[in-house]
Write a protein that binds this ligand. Structure first.
Ligand SMILES: Nc1ncnc2c1ncn2[C@@H]1O[C@H](COP(=O)(O)OP(=O)(O)O)[C@@H](O)[C@H]1O
Ligand SMILES: Nc1ccn([C@@H]2O[C@H](COP(=O)(O)OP(=O)(O)O)[C@@H](O)[C@H]2O)c(=O)n1
Length: 686
C-alpha cells in the first residue's frame, strides 16, 4: 500500500494482463456480523482485509466473539465463533467504528436489540453521516438509543431495550436515504422473530435494491428466509434463527472490479493506433474472483460499461474486458442500481464522444464524502465541464487534447474517488496526475495502485527517474532512500551492483584488473542477486547485506567499476529498475550514462573531511572498526579513480543541480531534493 502524502501517476499508455481482486466489503462485513450472531463457528474464506473489516473485527472481539487467527492473513481463512443470538447480561463497551457505515449501522441495530451499554463512536466524518431513520425505526420497537452529539447522527449511546410495547405492527423504515438502514434491520430483527413474524415496511422509494439483494442472499446462507413483498414489505418468519453455514466464500468486490472493467474499455487499445505491431496483438484485462454469478448489484456496471463501448466476456467468476468503441460513447443513465460503481462512469465520461449524464444518484451526497460535489470539483480540475444537481451529474469531456489539465486530485478520505480518478492517467495529452492521500484506498482495496501498475504499460521516457550521483559518503544512498519513500518510488542502489560484483569476483579468487575483465563481466551478467525488504541484499541463498558494506568491498567495487565490460554488463539490470510509478537511482553515472533523460539530476557532494567523518561514524555505529585518516586517504583515492576512469567517470551531468551537503542535515537535503522535484511538476507546490 502507498502511505505517501501523494502519489504521482505518470501518463499511462496502455493496459494488459490479469488481476485478482480483494473480497467485497459489503459481503465481508455482513458475513462477519451474521457469523457473530450465529451459534457455532463460521470459517470465512477470502475476507477482505481493510479498514472497515478491521473495525468490525475489533468490535466483534470486544463483544466476546472468538476470532482465529487474530487478524486477516492473506490466503488464510478466518474463523469466527458467534454469540448465538445472545450477549452476556450487562455487557458494556465503547466501539470505535472509524468511517465504516457497514459496521456502524448494522451493529447499532443488533446491539440495540441485544441489550447492554454501548457507545458507538467513529471518525469525524462518521458524525456527519445520518443514522436518524434507523434509530427512529429501532425506537418504535422499544430500543433505547441516545444521540451523544447532533440529533440524527453518531456518536450514539445504546442502553437496554424495553420490548413491552412491541406489537405485531410493521416496523417502518425510510428507504430513500441509505439502504444500509433496511439492511441493518433485516440482519438484526431475526433476534426478535423467535415466536412471531416480524414485518418491516419501507417508507418512500427503496434505493440501492441490489444491496438489499446481497443482504437477503446472505441471510439465506445463514438460515434466515426473508419474504420479500415487492421490495416494500419484508417478513422475517417466526422461528427464524441464525445458523452458521460452516464455511463461506466472500466473492471479490464488484465495485472494485469497475476500475478494471473501465481500464479494459479505456486502455487496451494500441498505445499508438498507427502502430501496426501493437494493433496485431489484442490486449485485454482479465479479472478473477467475480463474474456472471455474482450476487452483487454492482456487477451490472458491466452493462453500463458495455453501453459506453467496452467489450466484455464473462464466466461464473471471471471477466475479460477489452476496448470496443473508441472514443467511448456518451450515455444518459439512471444509476440507482449501481451507486458505487457509477462513480467510475464519471471518469470514463472524460473519454466519451459527448455529454454523459448520471442520474438518480442522490445517495452519493451522504457517502464517505459528498460524492457529487467531489466528482464535479475534481473532474473540472482535469478540464471537463460539469453540471451538478441534487441527484445528478452531467459531464462534458475536455474538448480537445490541449484542454486536458494536469491535476492534483483531492480524495476526501474516499477510496472510490482515489481509485476512479487514477484512470485519468490515460489522458491523450500524456499529462501526469497526482492522487492525494493514496492510502485512503485501504477502505476496500489496500493494494489498488500496485494492482493497477501491474497491468499498466507506460513509455520509458514517461516513467520519472530522479538521479542522485556523487562521491562516496556524500549521502547519496541515505537521501535516495528517503526521497523514494516520500514519493512511493522504487530505489536503485547502483553501487550495490558493483559491490556485489567485486565481492563475487574476489571470492572467486580473481584479481580485479583488466586481465580478468571479460570473466568478471560474465559473472556480472549472471549474478544470482536479489534485493529484499529493508534494503537487504541476497547473493543466491546468502544474505550479503553487511559483507558488501565494508570499506574493502567499496574499494573492490571501485576497481571492478573501472572495467568497461563490467559496466556494460550491468546496464540492462539497472534499466530494469525503471518501473511505475517512478525511480530514484543513486550512483556515479545515473544522470550521465544510465538515465540521461531523467527529469531531475542531483549531484550531491560534501568536503572530503566531512565525508570521512560521516563514514567513520557510520562504520562505528555498525560495529566495524575504522580510522579517520585511513578513511580520508581511501576516500580520496576512490574519488580520484572514479573521476579519472575512461568509462563513465564520476562528474556532474551538465543538466544536474549541485548540492554541497557539508553543512546540511539529512532532513535539509531531503527537503531540498523534494522541493526541486515539486518545482518540476505541473501541480504546483504540495
Ligand atoms: N547531510 C548529511 N549530514 C550528515 N550526515 C549525513 C548526511 N547525509 C548522509 N549522512 C550520513 O553519512 C553516512 C554516509 O551516507 P551514505 O548515504 O551511505 O553515502 P553514500 O551513499 O553517498 O556513500 C551515513 O551514515 C549517513 O547517515
Ligand atoms: N553508478 C555507479 C555506482 C557505483 N560505482 C562504483 O561502485 C563503488 C561503490 O559504490 P557505492 O555507491 O556503493 O559507494 P559509496 O558511495 O557508498 O561509497 C563506487 O566507488 C564506484 O566506484 C560506479 O562506478 N557507478
Amino acid at each position: 500500500m502507498f502511505t505517501t502524502e501523494f502519489l504521482d501517476l505518470p501518463a499511462l499508455d496502455s493496459a494488459h494482463g490479469c488481476v485478482s481482486l480483494p473480497g467485497s466489503k459489503s459481503i465481508s462485513n455482513r458475513v462477519l456480523l451474521l457469523a457473530a450472531l450465529s451459534q457455532g463457528t463460521t470459517t470465512i474464506h477470502d475476507l477482505l482485509d481493510s479498514d472497515d473489516t478491521q473495525v468490525m473485527l475489533a468490535a466483534l472481539k470486544q463483544l466476546g466473539c472468538k476470532i482465529k487467527p487474530d487478524s486477516v492473513t492473506p490466503g488464510q481463512a478466518i474463523a469466527v465463533t458467534g454469540i448465538g443470538g445472545q450477549l452476556p447480561g450487562g455487557t458494556s463497551a465503547t466501539l470505535f467504528l472509524g468511517n465504516a457505515g457497514t459496521a456502524m449501522r448494522p451493529l447499532t441495530a443488533a446491539l440495540a436489540l441485544l441489550g447492554g451499554n454501548f457507545e458507538m463512536t467513529g471518525v469525524p466524518r462518521m458524525y456527519e453521516r445520518p443514522i436518524g431513520d434507523l434509530v427512529d425505526a429501532l425506537r418504535q420497537l422499544g430500543c433505547r438509543i441516545d444521540y451523544l452529539r447532533d440529533q440524527g447522527f453518531p456518536p450514539l449511546k445504546i442502553g437496554a431495550p424495553d420490548f413491552s410495547q412491541f406489537s405485531s405492527l410493521p416496523i417502518q423504515v425510510r428507504g430513500d436515504v441509505s439502504s444500509q438502514f433496511l439492511t441493518s434491520l433485516l440482519m438484526a430483527l431475526p433476534l426478535l422473530a423467535k415466536d412471531r413474524d416480524v414485518t418491516i415496511e419501507v417508507v418512500g422509494e427503496l434505493i440501492s435494491k441490489p444491496y438489499i439483494h446481497i443482504t437477503l442472499e446472505l441471510l439465506t446462507r445463514f438460515g434466515i428466509e426473508v419474504r420479500n413483498d415487492n421490495w416494500q414489505r419484508f417478513v422475517i418468519p417466526a422461528g427464524s434463527r441464525y445458523r452458521s453455514p460452516g464455511a463461506i466464500h466472500v466473492e471479490a468486490d464488484a465495485s472494485s472490479a469497475s476500475y478494471f472493467i473501465a481500464l479494459g474499455a479505456i486502455a487496451t487499445g494500441a498505445a499508438d493506433e498507427a502502430d501496426a505491431d501493437n494493433a496485431a496483438e489484442p490486449k485485454s484485462i482479465r479479472i478473477l474472483g467475480v463474474g456472471r454469478d455474482s450476487i452483487q448489484g454492482d456487477i451490472r456496471f458491466i452493462e453500463a460499461a458495455q453501453a459506453m463501448g467496452a467489450q466484455v466476456e464473462n464466466g461464473p467468476n471471471w471477466l475479460q474486458v477489452s476496448r470496443g468503441s473508441w472514443p467511448l460513447k456518451a450515455i444518459d443513465l439512471d444509476c440507482n442500481h449501481i451507486p458505487d460503481a457509477a462513480m467510475t462512469l464519471g471518469v470514463m465520461a472524460l473519454y466519451a464522444d459527448g455529454v454523459t449524464t448520471l442520474r438518480n444518484i442522490a445517495s452519493w451526497r451522504v457517502k464517505e464524502t459528498d460524492r457529487i460535489a467531489a466528482m464535479a470539483t475534481e473532474l473540472r480540475k482535469l478540464g471537463a465541464t460539469v453540471e451538478e444537481g441534487a441527484d445528478f451529474i452531467r459531464i462534458t469531456p475536455p474538448a480537445a487534447r490541449a484542454d486536458w489539465k494536469a491535476a492534483s486530485i483531492h480524495t476526501y478520505d474516499d477510496h472510490r474517488v482515489a481509485m476512479c480518478f487514477s484512470l485519468a492517467a490515460f489522458n491523450p495529452a500524456k499529462l501526469p496526475l497526482r492522487i492525494e492521500d493514496p492510502k485512503c484506498v485501504a477502505k476496500t482495496f489496500p493494494d489498488y495502485f500496485e494492482t493497477l501498475f501491474s497491468v499498466c504499460q507506460s513509455a520509458c521516457q514517461q516513467i520519472p527517474v530522479i538521479c542522485i550521483d556523487g562521491p562516496t559518503a556524500s549521502g547519496k544512498g541515505t537521501i535516495a532512500a528517503a526521497v523514494a519513500e516520500a514519493l512511493g518510488y522504487h530505489l536503485l542502489d547502483s553501487g550495490a551492483l558493483y559491490r556485489i560484483t567485486g565481492l563475487a569476483a574476489s571470492r572467486a579468487g580473481l584479481e580485479l584488473d583488466e586481465a580478468n575483465e571479460e570473466t568478471i563481466a560474465e559473472m556480472a551478467l549472471d549474478l544470482p542477486v536479489r534485493f529484499g525488504a529493508d534494503q537487504r541484499v541476497w547473493l543466491g541463498d546468502e544474505d550479503i547485506s553487511l559483507a558488501i558494506r565494508t570499506e574493502q568491498a567499496g574499494m573492490n567495487a571501485s576497481r571492478v567499476s573501472a572495467l568497461p565490460a563490467v559496466r556494460a554488463a550491468l546496464v540492462d539490470l539497472q534499466l530494469s529498475f525503471q518501473q511505475l510509478p517512478g525511480l530514484v537511482a543513486d550512483g556515479r553515472d545515473m544522470g550521465t550514462v544510465i538515465f540521461p533523460h531523467a527529469p531531475l539530476k542531483v549531484y550531491l557532494w560534501a568536503s572530503a573531511q566531512c565525508r570521512a567523518e560521516r563514514r567513520y561514524k557510520q562504520l562505528i555505529s555498525k560495529g566495524i572498526s575504522a580510522n579517520i585518516s585511513t578513511l580520508l586517504a581511501d576516500l580520496e583515492a576512490r574519488d580520484a579513480r572514479d573521476m579519472q576512469r575512461a568509462t563513465a567517470p564520476l562528474k556532474p551531468a551538465e543538466d544536474s543541480l549541485q548540492l554541497d551537503s557539508s553543512e546540511m542535515t539529512i532532513e535539509e537535503v531531503v527537503v531540498q531534493v523534494l522541493t526541486w522535484w515539486q518545482e518540476r511538476q505541473p501541480f504546483g507546490r504540495a
